[in-house]
Design a protein around this ligand. Structure first.
Ligand code: C2O
Ligand code: CU
Ligand code: CU
Length: 491
């Protein structure tokens, strides 16, 4: 196949590295340097997340501050690891908000470089969304302010989005979960757990290792996966328990085929909140970088059992550079108590209306070339509509309220998780060759995985004027030019 040969020749210069590194790292990956940090605490009880406290007593108001600064963490028995953290928390504190709230969050930049805070997936005004064009310089502060509209309940996250340095800042520890709650949540009676999955890769000195040429080409490799900051934590519950899990993929480039041993999964929500109805009986669910899901787990009734939550093997490209073996994320353990009575999951969750008839369409092509934007030895640059990112250039124009069909064609040799800022969109169909598959259910998403040689058609509408980013959410691709600007004009 022509595509395959392109990537092969483009990556030929890296092949020595790849062979040398195979088999390293007990994260089970192939390719990339071996992960050290095997002494990372393993199998501890699942840690609850730190919570960002609301400092306002006024009704309908959420006020708080985040500081981004260096902190030393004891990740393993060896030397401490210098990390960059929000409020010293690893991961960043959980921000719990409610629909209808007015939110004001101050960021104090204690890092040695520019940063921003991006509210991934939230419908906040472009000026408040932490775009790379609006940096907060080292030592400076700013306040982000926005209102949460009705219907925005869902599972989101926040992370830095500075020009060229997003991958580095996230790799050093800057990212945290954000939940928006509705007043009338049909699952409010089900106990809830948030699982924020991040990656960490240490060098021999227990420091966060910098991205290498392979990372810059296919996304950061060989990270150990952490859930709420720890490796393979143990989550102990009563047998027969019913729980709602929010799972967030905050890794730079890992795709999870999530499966829970001995259990079928019930999907109840995606990036932008609940589905119209639960989808039960699932053996596995694919969660691409930056995506989130909500599932309901009905734990087996047997006491004193253990089940692994796993990310199963996934291949992102033809060469196997971005191929990931099975990895255990967490152990679900049942205690010795008598089995709980299973809870009923309502058969209707909330209405999701189709965005309606589109009045414009856009074609977005993902392509690859050699020789452009070759940061740190990347041999291939991935492009959007044949161009590299330029913060001073507008790539697409739309108007507030206009429903558009975006046909996103992936002509590259690897999968890309495609993300648009500021709104939730709907998948319409996927196409491989001449085979077109319409979406089987409606869901609100802000990131869609487009495998190699696939086409996805989505329906999207922006409700706030200003400049929005759209990009691949493999963070090395985002920093390495696979990003573009959408200008939303007032209607
Ligand atoms: Cu998580 Cu530009 O986004
Ligand atoms: Cu985003
Ligand atoms: Cu990509």
């Amino acid at each position: 196949m022509k595509r395959r040969r392109f990537l092969e020749s483009a990556l030929a210069g890296l092949s020595g590295l790849i062979v040398a590194c195979r088999g390293g790292g007990d994260a089970g990956d192939v390719g990339g340097p071996p992960a050290s940090g095997n002494g990372l605490a393993d199998g501890q009880p699942l840690r609850p997340l730190d919570i960002l406290r609301n400092q306002s007593a006024a009704p309908g108001q959420f006020s708080a501050s985040l500081s981004a600064a260096q902190a030393s963490e004891m990740l393993n028995a060896g030397p401490t690891t210098p990390m960059w953290l929000y409020n010293g928390s690893r991961p960043g504190p959980l921000i719990e908000l409610t629909e209808g709230q007015h939110v004001a969050i101050r960021i104090d930049n204690g890092l040695p470089q520019d940063t921003t805070v991006h509210w991934h997936g939230l419908p906040v005004p472009p000026s408040q969304d932490g775009n790379p064009m609006d940096p907060v310089p080292a030592g400076a502060s700013r306040v982000y302010e926005f209102d949460l509209p009705a219907g925005s309940a869902g599972t989101y996250w926040y992370h830095p989005h500075p020009h060229l340095n997003t991958a580095e800042q996230v790799a050093r520890g800057l990212a945290g979960p954000l939940i928006v709650r509705a007043g009338d949540d049909p699952l409010a009676h089900i106990p809830e757990v948030t699982l924020f999955v991040t990656g960490v890769r240490l060098d021999a000195n227990a420091e966060i290792s910098a991205d290498n040429a392979i990372d810059w080409t296919v996304g950061r490799q060989n990270e150990l996966l952490l859930v709420n900051g720890d490796r393979r934590p143990i989550h102990t519950v009563r047998p027969g328990a019913t729980q709602r899990w929010r799972i967030l993929n905050a890794t730079a480039s890992r795709h999870f085929r999530l499966a829970l041993e001995g259990h079928e999964l019930t999907l109840v929500g995606t990036d932008g909140g609940l589905l119209a109805a639960p989808i039960g009986g699932l053996a596995e669910i694919l969660v691409a970088p930056a995506q989130r899901i909500e599932i309901v787990v009905s734990v087996n009734p047997a006491p004193n059992e253990r089940y692994r939550l796993q990310a199963l093997q996934y291949e992102t490209d033809y060469l196997g550079l971005g191929t990931y073996a099975d990895v255990d994320l967490l152990t679900l353990a049942t205690n010795a108590e008598a089995s709980a009575v299973p809870m009923v999951i309502p058969s209707a969750l909330r209405p999701i209306a189709d965005l309606g008839v589109a009045s414009a369409s856009q074609r977005i092509e993902l392509s690859e070339v050699t020789g452009l934007c070759t940061r740190s030895g990347a041999t291939v640059t991935f492009l959007i509509n044949g161009r590299i990112f330029d913060p001073d250039r507008v790539d697409l124009v739309t108007t507030v309220g206009r429903v558009e069909l975006w046909k996103i064609v992936n002509n590259t040799a690897m999968a890309h998780p495609f993300h648009i800022h500021g709104t939730q969109f709907q998948l319409v169909s996927r196409q491989v060759g001449t085979v077109l598959t319409p979406a089987s259910y409606l869901a609100w998403i802000d990131t869609i995985l487009i495998p190699s040689q696939h086409t996805a058609t989505i329906k999207v509408r922006q409700m706030l004027a200003g400049k929005r980013m759209f990009h691949c959410h493999i963070l090395e691709h985002e920093d390495n030019c696979m990003m573009a600007l959408l200008d939303v004009l007032p209607a």
